[in-house]
Design a protein around this ligand. Structure first.
Ligand SMILES: Cc1cc2nc3c(=O)[nH]c(=O)nc-3n(C[C@H](O)[C@H](O)[C@H](O)COP(=O)(O)O)c2cc1C
Length: 261
């Protein structure tokens, strides 16, 4: 990670540089002992990132009930040991949409990777390539579709929010397809963004969403995240969304004028 770039990014975001330098150095000191599990990576992230950004990645909506329940759900899963079997050759590889991957794990779409690293989603795509898995690029990525496509040969899917303003989504799908993205991943559970209380308290600001430049009238580079998708652009989803997505993917004849609520 290029720390000076990271610090410059913090300064640009109006975040206190001294505090971050201290945290980054504490973090690097602690890095002497390599993290051995996800919890330790999370703790390093907490030390290195501005609170505003850490809270964005780590937090959930309202009382964070679902967030806690997600963690609990994983705790309820146990492995059934199988003994006296030949483990000399272990193969976890599988296929998704005919693309072979090393294990049944792909990178889910998550927004705004540049909050954590100046390379943003480009670095994530390279990680996907080196692990021989698939990256799903978020609709609200901080690196552009083209930058991610040029960075490596990872198999890439593109996550789509179906916007009321259909031309926005259609334009992005066309760009993704032109740049070798292999499939669309439709997000159906975000007709409105959750009420993320930490983001409200932190007065969360975002880096520019490069893919939306020139498409949204909103000045997305400095708005609070809750205003990112204002009413007239807001994403929505119902069965109709599937029809639209299908049309987008064929890239023909979408009804630009129609409105849905
Ligand atoms: C910080 C963060 C950002 C996310 N951003 C997006 C996004 O931009 N688009 C999307 O479809 N899902 C997004 N998600 C949802 C994830 O793709 C995933 O569905 C969700 O985290 C549930 O998986 P988990 O239980 O493994 O975290 C985001 C999740 C997190 C934690």
């Amino acid at each position: 990670m290029n720390y000076s770039d990271l610090c410059m990014q913090y300064v640009a975001s109006g975040i206190d540089l001294l505090e971050k330098l201290i945290n980054v150095h504490v973090c690097r000191f602690q890095m002497a002992a390599e993290p051995v599990n996800l919890n330790e990576f999370q703790e390093l992230a907490r030390l290195a990132l501005p609170k505003m950004y850490y809270d964005f990645y780590a937090g959930g909506a309202e009382d964070e009930h679902t967030l806690k329940e997600n963690v609990e759900a994983f705790h309820r899963i146990t492995f059934r040991p199988r003994i006296l079997v030949d483990v000399s050759r272990i193969d976890l590889s599988t296929t998704i949409l005919d693309y072979k991957i090393s294990a049944p794990i792909i990178i889910a779409p998550t927004a705004l990777h540049k909050l954590a690293n100046p390379e943003g989603e480009v670095a994530t795509a390279r990680a996907a390539a080196s692990c021989n898995t698939i990256m799903v690029l978020s609709f609200t990525s901080s690196s552009s579709i083209e930058e991610v496509a040029a960075s490596c040969n990872a198999v890439r899917f593109y996550q789509l929010y179906v916007f009321k303003k259909r031309d926005i989504a259609a334009t992005l799908v066309q760009r993704a397809e032109r740049n070798g993205f292999k499939a669309l991943v439709l997000t159906a559970d975000t007709p409105r963004l959750g009420r993320r209380e930490a983001d409200i308290k932190n007065k969360m600001i975002t880096p520019p969403l490069k893919n939306l430049e020139g498409l949204l009238s909103t000045k997305v580079s400095s708005v609070r995240i809750l205003k990112l998708m204002p009413r007239d652009h807001g994403c929505f989803f119902k069965l109709e969304g599937f029809r639209m997505a299908k049309i987008y993917y064929k890239l023909t004849n979408f009804d630009q004028g129609d409105t849905y609520s």
